[in-house]
Design a protein around this ligand. Sequence first.
Ligand code: 5MM
Length: 343
Amino acid sequence: MTESLQAIARRLVEPGKGLLAADESSSTIKKRFDQIKLISTFDTRRDYREMLFRAKPAMSAYVSGVILYDETIRQSAADGTPLVELIKESGSIPGIKVDSGAKPLAGFPGETITEGLDGLGERLSEYYDLGARFAKWRGVIAIGKGLPTQEAIYANAHALARYAALCQAAGIVPIVEPEVLMDGVESSHTIDVCQAVTTDTLRIVFSELERARVDLTGMILKPNMVVPGKTSGQTVSAQEVAERTVAMFRDVVPASVPGIAFLSGGQTDEQATENLSAINQLPNLPWRITFSFGRALQAAALQAWGGKAENVGAGQIAFLHRCRMNSLAALGQWQPALEREAA
Ligand code: 5MM
């Protein structure tokens, strides 16, 4: 029986579970592998992702879905098992990044438009056949002098809405990711600026989603948290991040959206977890709020693995730890002492 969009969306934000964003494009995964001095090849990318997807205790207990890159959804483990099967065996849902990246927006220096709409309908049916039940598209909004422009926000929101409508027509749950960067054209902006720009962006995104007749009950929002720019020097508590982020959502995110799954955006692992936990401690949240982290779930595992077969177990333990911490955060139950205990 075909599972409804609503049922898939609800499974993605099941209490205490969240998403693993493992959809780094080839150029991004190369940058990650550079940090451990590992050459990025078809096989090393497979070995790395196989290590994560075979981390059964982490995957089964804490990971509701995995966002894959086009290469990965077609790849098999060293023993020939398709990686998609490993994900499904752990009870997690395979998903796919379907955008083809943020490209310069003509006429708007410093701003980008995410491409990938041409032929998307056909690609989505192929991905469905390959096992994907949800997809992801990331629009990127940069803060800078005079930026973002309304044109860039509208163009990206419009593309996100067209993508989301195509996904739903193909039986695939769209994850709608409008990311306001912590380090865009500049990174010295205050938390006030982040809040104003993110509010504006989300308002326009939801207005475009509604105009495109996207069913909000069959999608997941993947936003940034409201945080200061990376080099602002501003220190804010997790409580403040949480209050500002949730106040913004109450203003602009309809309660019919079943789930919100954050990106980590370059926050440290622990900051992202602490902020998520503070958010989930706030009362009367109409949405399930969880993680869809890339770096904040993978960085420690990547370091522990270091590209060596003998370190697969250590990489999986590091991955399990971050998954467990973020699961607790998704329930509002994370404590700093738990990080120290593990260390
Ligand atoms: C995993 O990174 C994704 C983007 O990859 P490309 O830039 O190579 O296309 C990214 O969309 C990711 O899914 C989200 O930003 C979440 O990752 P972080 O690291 O921000 O939690």
